[in-house]
Design a protein around this ligand. Sequence first.
Ligand SMILES: *Cc1c(COP(=O)(O)O)cnc(C)c1O
Ligand SMILES: [Zn+2]
Length: 481
Amino acid sequence: MSMSDSVVYLRCIKPTCGGTRSVTECEFTCPRCGDLLDVTYDWQRLPVPRSLRDLEANRHPSVGRWFQRGSRSSEASPLFRRSGVWRFWELLPVAPPEEVLTIGEGQTLLLRADRVGEYIGLRSGCLHLQYEGLNPSGSFKDNGMTAAFTHARMVGARRAACASTGNTSASLALYAAATGQMRAIIFIGSGKIAFGKLAQALDHGALTLQIHGDFDDALERVRQAAGRLSLYLVNSINPFRLEGQKTIMYRVLEGLEWRIPDWIVVPAGNLGNLSAFGKAFLELRELGLIERMPRLAAVNAAGADTLYRLWNDHQLRWHGGAWEKARAESYFHHLKETQRKASTIASAIEINRPVNLPKALRSLEVSDGIVCTVCDEEILEAKARIGAGGLGCEPASAASVAGARKLRHQGVIAADELVVCVLTGHPLKDPNVTVACHGTDEHLFQEVLGKRGFGRIASANPPVSVPNDLERIISVIEART
Ligand SMILES: *Cc1c(COP(=O)(O)O)cnc(C)c1O
Ligand SMILES: [Zn+2]
């Protein structure tokens, strides 16, 4: 099958604008109005599935090629079919299967989690957790990175860059090293990155720039540098990233045996996931594959609550594309004037100027979605409950469960509704926070959590210090188990 530009192209998100770009370009804003772009398909000319069950794994006869160390291998690879992203290729045909660049990402799990469900206030069987920490770099970002790398190779890019709170850079660094396709350049804010994530960027050999500023500053700078040096930008302003991230929702549906959940609850940072999930369901509906959409619930950290403020206080709405950009801009201006910086223990969502805001507003509108906030204590408590419930995650991911609990208590989510919380990142990304909030180490507690001004979590599970004496050890075990 040959892909011409008209089968897949980039289109302005504003329906009245009509601006487009070819996928052979690597500019990610509308040439007419500067707004964001969507990857758009001419479904009429593509092999679309006729039912959701058609999407079951491993049906593709064609496979992607696997590129190593820059040498182009024409050997067929099983990774295309194994990838949790590309086995849904019909729903993101950004390139022909043999041109897809994959490392087998997206082999993640949807697990029923009754004990965590009970903590939220849901009936048995109602809560499922989508564990994206199982990706090669340990976060959901790999779902999007494979699609971005596929596009980057199409346009012949040799250097890729991102600003990151940690996981985008870990993913970029990993893909650059594993594929040998590009040099990775990473912009991070000073002192704003969990050690697990920084470790990955360094280990995979990325050029890592610590900018004196926060994530929002780093993103502004990387966009400027990318413009000057023609770096390929892999932040989620890149619409190909969002195509890959749509598949998180396909896997959720697959895990539920194609039942549609009532709620999808997701942490809200740069709003890439929220945007991608809404697009995923919109397209499934457009293709006649689903009749009803789940409601999307976006969860902001209280210390980084732009979406919450704009949606709830300022009533900012998508309005079919006629959203009031000026209202968002005046809010951002106000943040700048008052020098308000994002601040939360959940570093992956410590973002005050989310680049995907309009796409996120669209997702909320089409899914009858809502936005809530949770404070850092609620996030850490939820994180400990998720861990005790048999899965783990980093702090930002736990915002989903904390948010679901809050919405359940407010009566927004009912006890018998089917809820999926997305666990966006692996527990070992940020062990300092975990040890600090469980531990007895006063120094670490002060350093990591103390200046945020809250006490230990209710379900803290500190290590027990015991003398090197068998009888004392036995008595501690007997007393506590
Ligand atoms: C990037 C990230 C988020 C935020 O996702 P957005 O799509 O930017 O809203 C949340 N959790 C983790 C672990 C992340 O890495
Ligand atoms: Zn436009």
